[in-house]
Design a protein around this ligand. Structure first.
Ligand code: ATP
Ligand code: MG
Length: 259
């Protein structure tokens, strides 16, 4: 299963990725988190790693070299990539949790992030998973990644929606773009919800837009506090709530429990 976590900037994509990845790992899945956000660099720390992996962009000679190769049918040599194929320096891992990064914008005037979108798309297309393996993609904010075709080989899109209307509107756009390219499963997850009343209103809004909601994560002060240190809490309301969300996702996707 390849699941892309999308949504408006700051809605909680990376937080949901970290919560889901950790919960899936605890259940015995091998989890590959793919950092496809070219701007933010703190995901490794949220996942409990001490340093980030060397970006895959370096594997193809950096952004400049990739740009020269753009337009050719394949940027990575293999036609299929299994987790074992990933070179050690491009992967950080512990206890069934793995992280790869596509690349980051590091300098001003270095050009747009399109080559990274191409690499994300090609990598995800070639990535071949076993039934006990999950890939969870921390997507850049907004909808540009759809323009770059990053989701073409993704089977599930999880849209993170927080209370502001703008977040719902971006969610709607993501939903429409994902269904337009035939993504099999498209769900929303509510995040940073302050009360039951707001949860009900958000659910109604999304129902009207025919967007299926797979769960709700309430505003959790533990998460907010831990984010000051760039970490995720090991316990707390959200850590408990994500269990139901993962149950629903796995059962809707028909993914077997890992052996
Ligand atoms: N359920 C929650 N309760 C409290 N705070 C939360 C919750 N979810 C996320 N946050 C906080 O909201 C902020 C943004 O979260 P996060 O970085 O996960 O969003 P994002 O969508 O990945 O942002 P970006 O678009 O910049 O990548 C962080 O400070 C995080 O701790
Ligand atoms: Mg993020």
């Amino acid at each position: 299963m390849k699941i892309s976590v999308c949504g408006k900037g700051g809605s909680g994509k990376s937080t949901i990725v970290a919560l889901l990845a950790n919960e899936a790992r605890l259940r015995g899945y091998r989890v590959l988190v793919v950092d496809s956000d070219e701007s933010n660099s703190g995901l490794f720390s949220m996942l409990g790693f001490d340093y980030p992996p060397v970006p895959l962009m370096e594997l193809v000679g950096g952004k400049k070299s990739l740009q020269q190769k753009m337009g050719r049918p394949s940027v990575l040599a293999e036609s299929h990539i299994v987790l074992e194929d990933l070179p050690p320096q491009h992967l950080v891992q512990r206890d069934g949790l793995m992280l790869v990064g596509i690349g980051k914008i590091l300098q001003s005037l270095e050009g747009c992030a399109c080559p990274m979108g191409v690499l994300s798309r090609e990598f995800l297309k070639k990535l071949t998973l076993e039934p006990n393996e999950l890939a969870i993609v921390d997507m850049e904010a907004g909808v540009e990644h759809f323009g770059r075709g990053v989701e073409t080989s993704i089977d599930s899109v999880l849209i993170v929606v927080e209370p502001p209307l703008e977040s719902i509107n971006v969610g709607q756009k993501i939903h429409d773009l994902a269904s337009g390219i035939g993504v099999k499963n498209i769900w929303a997850i509510l995040n940073k919800v302050p009360s039951d009343e707001i949860a009900t209103r958000l659910r109604m809004e999304l129902q009207e837009r025919q967007i299926e909601v797979v769960g709700c994560i309430y505003f959790d002060a533990n998460i907010f506090r831990s984010s000051l240190e760039g970490r995720m809490p090991a316990k707390g309301v959200a850590v408990r709530e994500i269990k139901d969300v993962l149950d629903r996702i796995l059962s809707k996707a028909g993914l077997p429990a890992p052996k």
